[in-house]
Design a protein around this ligand. Sequence first.
Ligand code: KIV
Ligand code: ZN
Length: 524
Amino acid sequence: MTKATDKDRVWIFDTTLRDGEQSPGATMTHDEKLEIAGLLDEMGVDIIEAGFPIASEGDFKAVSEIAKNSVNSVICGLARANYADIDRCWEAVQHAGRPRIHTFIGTSPLHRAIPNLTQDEMADKIHETVTHARNLCDNVQWSPMDATRTEWDYLARVVEIAIKAGATTINIPDTVGYTAPVESADLIRRLIEDVPGADEVIFATHCHNDLGMATANSLAAVAGGARQIECTINGLGERAGNTALEEVVMAMKVRGDIMPYFTEIDTSKIMNISRRVATVSGFPVQFNKAIVGKNAFAHESGIHQDGMLKNPENFEIMRPEDVGLSGSSLPLGKHSGRAALRDKLGQLGVDVGDNQLKDIFVRFKELADRKKEVYDDDIIALVRAGEDPENDRLQIVSMKVLCGTGGPAESTVEMEVDGKEVIATEQGDGPVDATFRAIRAIHPNKARLQLYQVHAVTEGTDAQATVSVRLEEDGMIATGQSANTDTVVASAKAYVNALNRLLIRRDKAGPGADVREISYKDVT
Ligand code: KIV
Ligand code: ZN
């Protein structure tokens, strides 16, 4: 194996907070975005795409704050091909030690038809807008959206224009997840060979996973000469998602023999950030997801377990510790003390202060009373479940549910609404429906339930359930999560959690405000 040199270094561009967050339902709060950006910076992500500043006041503030707090990462914002977008983006990212403007326009025949521009008109626009961005910032990324469905001659022409206008990174997006590995490698190789000035810039690859090829396409693009991969944690993103950061990074680490490239990512931080992104986005990680799925390192069958005990390399191509999983998963029980809990949290990569530990310990004891063995996943669910702030306007005080085969279920819910106790009893089609009706009777709202998902955290009938609820009201989307050994309680808390988030967003926007946000696809 040859030694990796600088030319083999691959830059990791994370767009969890932009392309990931923009996927319907994955909305994060301001504080959550800041926290995720901090974790990305800490794990060694080279460039963080923090948002789309012109999309909303919230996006602008988040990008500005992330820029101010950045330590090592370049902070990038997205802008369409117009001066207003680019100026707003610069206003937000300029606070970073290392700012970047990322401007783009759809160049394929289908995308050119949206603003109704001829090839020449679009070429002029690219020249003007990239020049404008470069006059503001010396780090400019340009993307021809839907590049993989753009005619070759036109793509080569506009890439050359963007380079001449001062772009320092050229990103080639496979916007609709249409390309395949051989094509992905060829496209980058040809651009580097044929476009004048190509050797002066970094080529990036940005793949979507519609055909399940995003990781393969990104790695193939690197083989073709790309040196920046655009990706998201857990592959979060619209439709089938974006390239998963953990997959490309671990693939290059494990298969350095045939992919002699390297990144500066601290892979031991992968699991922690994966869990945080799953929690705050409300998009749980599929159990058998590569690298970060619950089963990715689980060896259930007898033959596998036997082989693993003899030598882990029989069935493991990477060590759990490499991605931040503690090798052993010994459960805690009701006799475990605070020190054992702190130790376990440390192994799980969860940092807590003394007060938070106290609070988690109380809930751990309650759980250990109900459940014989408390596993790692139970502890993670406990940490997440403690995240309902005490000053939420809606709080569940108690609930009682009657259900069985004899008729409709009936739920009585007692809540505090802005400090006042209110009680309601409703019937429904099952206990969860009856409970949600009771909550709606207490707090009338027109939020539409977009998603209701239940996962058993561990095995057994005493397992905790984590429930995710996604609500939509007037174009605003909010997600709530909760965990409990009682699925109906977890459901009620997750529902109330999502309602509280809608209230926070509505309060921030002011009465009667139009809270809809611009999408990067709203081409003007
Ligand atoms: O998928 C895409 O084309 C994008 C661009 C804005 C880079 O996300
Ligand atoms: Zn994208």
